[in-house]
Design a protein around this ligand. Sequence first.
Ligand code: HEM
Length: 453
Amino acid sequence: MYKIDELHKIYGPIVRISPIEIHIKDPDFYDILFSNGKRDKPPTWSAAFGNPGSIFSTTPHNLHRLRRGTLSHYFSPASIRNMEPLIQEDINRLVAILRQYQRSGEPINLKAAFAALTSDIISESCFGTSQGYIEASGFNSHVIEATEGATDSLPFTLQFPWIVPLMESLPNKVTVMLFGSGMNLMHEFQRECEDKIRQIIRTRDDYSPSLKQKTIFHEVLDSNLPPSEKTVRRLSDEARTIVGAGTVTTAVTLASMLVYLLLDPARMHTLLEELKEAIPDISRPASHKDLHKLPYLTAVIQESLRLSSTISFRLARSAPDETLQCGNVAIPPNINMCMHAPLIHLSPDLFPEPMLFNPERWLPGGSANPKYLVPFSKGTRNCIGMELANAELYMTSATVLRTFARSELEEDGRAVIYGMRLLDTDRRDVDVARDYGISRCEEGRGMMRIVLE
Ligand code: HEM
């Protein structure tokens, strides 16, 4: 990402970064490339994860549309509204465990805690059973480690994607020796997903009372997709992507949001005042719909999504039968084009003082234009879990902050936060400094820890 940005400074908004791919740095082209038109997805980073059966890794538009069509209903705003009791129940489970940490004074690893929550929520939706990570020792950081481990190898697997299926046939020990334990955890996770899909297929006929609701994969199996689309491998590729994509992204955004706020007591105070009024009694949490109406919470979430830019990789599309206009350049059909969200989110031209955590820029009259906030991408192949992610971001931040944090203004007008403090954590642990597909902070940092008092 950083090298490509340097090349743009020399060569302008369109740079050919490889024999088969052009990179574009023109924020106004984003809506044109990531549109609702027909778009193929060139197998750039998607090929590096070894899950060819998932929607994420499907290249042709028509096949993607067919596959996504059976899933999109499950992630629609109406379905996510129905899921809210399950989401709140899991948040309450997390709050109960956080209370234990509060009593013992033991530090909390925020990324692991929130990844346990998001992983339990999405696993329940996929498989009908919770992973129980919230209650596991240290929040069982398995999924976050597997995702970070797999992305550690990304610079290598991107260049040699054929090595990923080959790795699956290697003994665990050899994979660990060559590619580290993260890649091995990824393969274990693949096998786990395959087992769970097999179990859903086996028990499909007696489905119901034991499950809180029909899972995503019951829906896919009941759909009119052809049998070739319902194989264990295809569905477990899909499951692994959904669980992986639905865990780390939201967890890191939530963790980063708490860090930005705890480093900025005045803004934390403004948010806590808004939450106090909106949720006078924390035993009666507010719905996602009501929380969405809160201007300051919304601005904090937008600013956290912008700054943390958790998907840092350049996203690629090609238009099979359309010529796209970028400024005065006409780009013919079937050219692989890509763009980087962080180069938009952190552009000083679009967001003055881009590294400043400044939710006010999103308030009415503020300088930020929502058109340039693209953390979930846009168009036909945008994030399918966007509605779920938003529900998790709003409901979790509101419940956790309203339960554990309190603020007071000193005589000199300074805000002081009680109940929650950072431990050895600062902006070096959150700021995007490296592009490993998912954004990473500088090497050797990244532990976001708090203590509850
Ligand atoms: C803050 C949280 C999240 C962010 C920032 C995020 C971001 C993104 C982005 C940028 C893409 C497009 C990737 C590409 O074009 O290669 C994507 C795709 C995807 N996301 Fe998310 N995501 C988040 C949460 C979730 C959640 C909760 C789920 C759970 C269902 C999820 C599941 C997926 C899937 C399955 C895709 C592939 C969609 C397709 O190719 O049609 N994501 N996400």
